[in-house]
Design a protein around this ligand. Structure first.
Ligand code: ATP
Ligand code: MG
Length: 355
């Protein structure tokens, strides 16, 4: 209880206890050596106890990209008693994981008259992830707006060109240029359709569907292409006649068409593509396995981002659309790839029922 003659402002607080309870990490540096750290640093850096950081050089926990800027900032704090304002940096946890942090530094005068630096650190890894997701969504909605305008304007002329080409078909079907014109127009139509999907995701029509049938129908589109390229595609739909998913058949077909097309395009010369279906109590897994060129480890994270392509005629939209559709179906896409060996794309979808 407070003594009645004592005002709140006269109370003597134990500030170390207050700092210990803070969510932000507080560290005191004496010449870059950590001489004090509060409890929050245990979570931030994944330490067993905060004593693990005491006596260590702070650089050990800071990403090398920030060593020199940190040195300059500390010089200002100690040399000129200035504040080093909040800055985004990266730190390294004990388990090697890199985290995004906001970090600031201010002068701290120790009782023995030695000037040190107080560092305040906040983990922003999760916040950054959310921010990136929002940015990706915004990027998509901008693409969507742009696309809907352009696509509506170009789809009508495309349809009319295709119609007239059809009329000329009997006369020119053996003409090399005629065939090029035809395939180029089809490519423009393909891009327009994919953009339109992003612009205005179609009304979904969810029904219980046989997954093997969807894959079989998607595969049917590639018969000639695979034969021409000497690619063997192995899929035994009859093995999977009892596996159902709930979804929009047209959209799910688009997913498998995109994945099979990518697998075919990844195979340089002769090759094989296996399609398998597996399931557990809750999910069905459909895998498309190719022995094509594979995806380099440093590119795999770009997969599914807008417009990433390394094909001269690719739009880089295929996997982005695929990703959209699968997410709308409460599913997941899992990629496993080794450069020079091949790629497996696995689509995970909730199982509808097993008959
Ligand atoms: N099975 C695969 N093997 C190797 N690389 C792949 C495979 N699937 C996708 N990729 C890589 O991912 C990129 C993006 O694929 P995505 O389907 O989104 O676009 P694209 O195939 O380039 O263009 P589009 O699908 O419009 O023709 C490809 O350019 C390719 O580099
Ligand atoms: Mg593709």
């Amino acid at each position: 209880m407070l003594k009645s003659n004592m005002s709140h402002s006269q109370l003597d607080f134990d500030f170390q206890q207050i700092i210990e309870g803070s969510l932000d990490t507080n560290i005191i540096l004496d010449n870059r050596i950590v001489v004090y750290a509060n409890k929050a640093c245990i979570n931030l850096l994944g330490l067993k106890q905060k004593e693990n950081i005491i006596g260590k050089n702070f650089d050990q926990f800071l990403h090398p990209d920030f060593h020199s800027i940190c040195r300059q900032r500390l010089k200002r704090v100690i040399g000129y008693k200035e504040h080093a304002p909040v800055m985004e940096q990266k730190m390294i946890r004990m388990d090697g994981r890199i985290i995004d942090v906001e970090i600031m530094a201010i002068p701290y005068m120790h009782r023995n008259n030695k000037l040190m630096a107080q560092i305040v650190i906040r983990d922003i890894t999760e916040a950054k992830k959310t921010q990136q997701l929002i940015m990706q969504k915004e990027k998509l909605s901008v693409i969507g707006e742009l696309a809907s305008g352009i696509v509506h304007d170009i789809r009508n002329p495309i349809t009319s060109i295709k119609g007239f080409l059809q009329l000329l078909n009997t006369e020119f079907s053996n003409n090399r240029y005629f065939n090029i014109i035809h395939s180029e127009i089809t490519q423009i139509e393909h891009i327009a359709n994919e953009l339109l999907y992003l612009a205005k995701p179609k009304e979904t029509d969810f029904k219980v569907e046989l997954l093997a049938e969807i894959i079989e129908e998607s595969l049917a589109l590639f018969g000639t292409e695979a034969f021409k390229r000497k690619i063997n595609i192995y899929f035994k739909p009859e093995k999977y006649r009892a596996l159902f998913v709930r979804g929009d058949k047209v959209q799910l077909k688009q997913v498998f068409v995109n994945l099979i097309k990518n697998a075919i395009e990844a195979i340089d010369k002769k090759g094989t593509i296996y399609i398998k279906i597996d399931y557990d109590a809750t999910n069905i897994f459909a895998s498309i396995v190719d022995n094509g060129i594979g995806i380099p480890a440093d590119k795999i994270h770009k997969i599914g981002q807008s417009f990433f392509t390394d094909k001269t005629e690719g739009t880089g939209l295929g996997l982005m659309v695929t990703h959209h559709i699968i997410t709308n179906h409460n599913g997941k896409i899992i990629v496993d790839s080794k450069e020079g060996i091949g790629t497996t794309f696995t689509i995970q979808l909730p199982i509808a029922n097993i008959k």
